[in-house]
Design a protein around this ligand. Structure first.
Ligand SMILES: Nc1ncnc2c1ncn2[C@@H]1O[C@H](COP(=O)(O)OP(=O)(O)OP(=O)(O)O)[C@@H](O)[C@H]1O
Ligand SMILES: NCC(=O)N[C@@H]1O[C@H](COP(=O)([O-])[O-])[C@@H](O)[C@H]1O
Ligand SMILES: [Mg+2]
Length: 392
């Protein structure tokens, strides 16, 4: 009856779009996350609620549902259990090795820089304040300090003085996920721009999407656009580095490979072995979009030709406080801003609770230029407001 059964480990906005793509292609989806009614659960065939870091619960869910593919959707997963499951013959996407190396920044950074020879910022790891100070001295100030296990900028800050290094290290350890109190101390790169190069490893080879530019604030993305303007030589270098690391990680799927662009250098930053948040722009600008590409690659289907439909952008809709009783307003006004020349669309993720800075939705636009697309997406996002009710 079903083409395949997919189990999502993590069920946020990215998993939700992936689940929709999977349902369209006749797959069964089991959505797992730490809280009930997570975005992907709302469109899945079945749901399981447990912490992805709980290996026993993860194994029990796999043995209960017997998925054809286990699809990590977040970084923080018990990767030792994933590796054991893979060893026993379960299919982990793109591979248990990719999930293990990318869950922690030390894993992927060492692999990229020391084993694959990619260009990266200078970096050191620190487990104590003294080690953080020594690391900052080695990489130079200012430096960026991040917990080795975190995402979306959580626990990340930039230090320009020794005193700030101490504060930044304490902040990283306070905000880390998991149980490894370790931070990466990175040279601050004065980049001209930053991009995500979506790279697909599929049955019919390696494919690249047009580069996606993005702007980050507090370590989290605010707007992304596609195609990002780049010199052909730098793009070629980024593609070479992306292909190197994707092939070395192994397995099939879509990867979001992040680079800083500084002059004629493409500096590898990190990668997601799964759809990328900045890649939500492909929901309006690209066929197949990043979620459909991930699915096709996983299922062993050919990707064929990827069509970029013209200058496109996404802009995020963020909450500013904690609340369980809230409503979206201005949705009609946001959509009404679209036109034949500048189509506008929205995704509201259906998260059951707001938190300060939590991404609740995204506005999408296509236009005559990337600048116009970003302006249209931002304007649409600004029209959507969240009305918070008193906690009941
Ligand atoms: N070494 C650096 N130099 C300059 N800016 C940096 C550096 N490291 C990170 N940044 C800025 O912070 C952003 C977030 O960093 P990074 O991608 O490492 O964190 P993250 O928490 O994994 O984010 P996400 O999960 O959203 O990709 C980068 O996109 C960039 O704008
Ligand atoms: N940069 C990684 C990223 O964007 N991940 C996406 O955010 C969700 C968690 O959101 P939450 O923190 O609001 O629950 C994840 O499940 C994934 O979809
Ligand atoms: Mg990143």
């Amino acid at each position: 009856m079903f083409l395949a059964k997919l189990m999502l480990l993590g069920s946020g906005e990215l998993g939700r779009e992936f689940a929709i793509a999977a349902k369209r292609l006749g797959c069964a989806v089991v959505a797992c996350d730490r809280y009930p009614n997570a975005p992907a659960m709302q469109v899945a065939d079945a749901a399981e609620v447990f912490s992805m870091l709980d290996g026993a619960a993860l194994r029990a869910a796999v043995e209960k549902h017997c998925p054809d593919f286990i699809v990590p959707e977040i970084e923080a997963i018990d990767t030792a259990t994933l590796a054991a499951l893979e060893e026993e013959g379960w299919q982990v996407v793109p591979s248990a090795k990719a999930a293990r190396l990318t869950m922690n920044r030390d894993g992927i950074r060492r692999f990229a820089a020391e084993e694959q020879g990619l260009t990266t910022s200078r970096y050191r790891f620190a487990e104590t304040e003294d080690e953080a100070l020594a690391a900052a001295q080695a990489v130079g100030l200012p430096c960026v300090i991040k917990p080795v296990m975190s995402s979306s900028g959580k626990g990340q800050s930039t230090a320009t003085t020794e005193a700030e290094v101490r504060t930044a290290f304490a902040y990283a350890i306070e905000k880390m996920r998991g149980d490894r109190p370790m931070a990466i101390v990175e040279e601050f790169i004065r980049f001209d721009s930053e991009i995500t190069l979506l790279t697909v490893a599929a049955a019919d080879g390696i494919h690249f999407c047009a580069p996606i530019g993005h702007r980050q604030e507090a370590g989290d993305y605010r707007e992304s656009w596609q195609p990002a303007a780049m010199s052909p030589a730098v793009l070629e270098d980024a593609r070479r580095q992306a292909a190197t690391i994707v092939e070395a990680l192994g397995g099939r799927g879509l990867f979001g490979v992040e680079f800083f662009i500084a002059g004629d250098r493409a500096i590898f930053s990190e990668l997601s072995p799964r759809p990328h948040d900045t890649g939500m722009v492909t929901l309006i600008g690209q066929d197949p979009n990043e979620f459909e590409l991930h699915l096709r690659a996983i299922l062993g289907l050919p990707v064929g030709t990827i069509v970029q439909r013209g200058p496109s952008a996404s802009a995020v809709i963020l909450a500013d406080r904690s609340c369980r009783e809230f409503r979206f307003e201005g949705v009609g006004a946001a959509l009404a801003a679209g036109s034949a020349e500048t189509p506008v669309d929205l995704r509201l993720f259906g998260k059951p609770e707001t938190l300060p800075g939590r991404r609740m939705g995204v506005a999408l636009a296509r236009a005559a230029s990337v600048e116009d697309a970003v302006a249209a997406a931002k304007a649409a996002a600004a029209r959507v407001t969240i009305a918070y009710d008193e906690e009941k």
